[in-house]
Design a protein around this ligand. Structure first.
Ligand code: OOG
Ligand code: MG
Length: 262
């Protein structure tokens, strides 16, 4: 680690203030170019600690930048991991208040819900599928706290991987009967298809993204508990949204979920 505890706390406070006050900031590596990945995850952990101290509950985990489309869109080269708290959860078909967000975008994702804990290192697709109760459609709303969504990997990790809101719904499916690589998705904005893809866009197989998360937590001596909901990462580039937009995600064999921006 290159940063001390006071700096990490101050960075978490700065990023959270941006989120709560709906304003952007320059990326934190501009101020602390020496920071490393451990520092970045320490800022994220401090953000979570602050939210839990205010009574928020952990609602799920997420992998991000797991597809080449997303990596290319954001100009980075490897996945990142973050968390969602209960206040990020939008009910199936529910509303997102756009005035609470800086510059929201939506991403089509496949959500996993675990029936067993997952522990790395050494976690692989097989272990993930065996530990998964079901998969279902999920739309993630991301809202980078950085100006114009411009960041590097360390900055976006510290900013909890732009997490802001999410909805899951549709028809949960056991992962055993389906090939998640060839599962097709269509995301519509205001009834127009705006993004198409298949599960394989996410590191070859969405379960691999979950295994990567288990392995990264395993390196810190943590595991993913049974019952955890995990978003496996955007299958396509993220799509900008504004008040008045309705977004629906259809996933082959898993029905649909949707939300509305007001
Ligand atoms: C970072 C978060 C990316 C995903 O699914 O790829 C992400 C960002 O693009 O702002 O959640
Ligand atoms: Mg995402």
């Amino acid at each position: 680690m290159a940063l001390n505890a006071d700096t990490i706390a101050a960075l978490a406070e700065r990023l959270e203030a941006c989120q709560l006050e709906v304003r952007d900031t320059h990326k934190i590596t501009d101020d602390f170019p020496e920071m490393d990945f451990q520092d970045a995850y320490a800022v994220q952990a401090e953000l979570l600690r602050r939210k839990l101290a205010r009574g928020r509950k952990l609602a799920g985990l997420k992998a991000g930048l797991t597809s080449f489309a997303k990596m290319k869109q954001m100009g980075v080269t490897s996945p990142v991991f973050g968390f969602m708290t209960d206040d990020y959860l939008v009910p199936h078909g529910g509303e997102v208040t756009t005035a609470e967000l800086i510059h929201p975008k939506v991403e089509p994702e496949i959500a996993f819900v675990l029936k067993k804990a997952l522990t790395g290192p050494g976690c692989h697709i097989g272990a993930v599928l065996e530990a998964t109760e079901f998969v279902l459609p999920g739309i993630e709303v991301i809202d980078s706290r950085y100006r114009d969504f411009k960041f590097d990997l360390k900055s976006v990790i510290a900013d909890n991987t732009s997490a802001a809101r999410f909805v899951v719904g549709g028809q949960p499916l056991r992962p055993s009967g389906i090939d998640l690589r060839t599962v097709g998705i269509v995301m519509e904005k205001n009834g127009e298809p705006v993004a198409f893809g298949a599960g394989a866009a996410v590191v070859g197989h969405p379960a691999t993204a979950i295994a990567m998360l288990a392995n990264q937590l395993g390196a810190r001596g943590e595991s993913i508990p049974a019952g955890t909901l995990i978003l496996s990462g955007g299958i396509t580039e993220a799509v900008s949204v504004a008040a008045g937009d309705h977004v629906a995600l259809h996933v082959q064999g898993m029905g649909s979920t949707s939300l509305r921006f007001v």
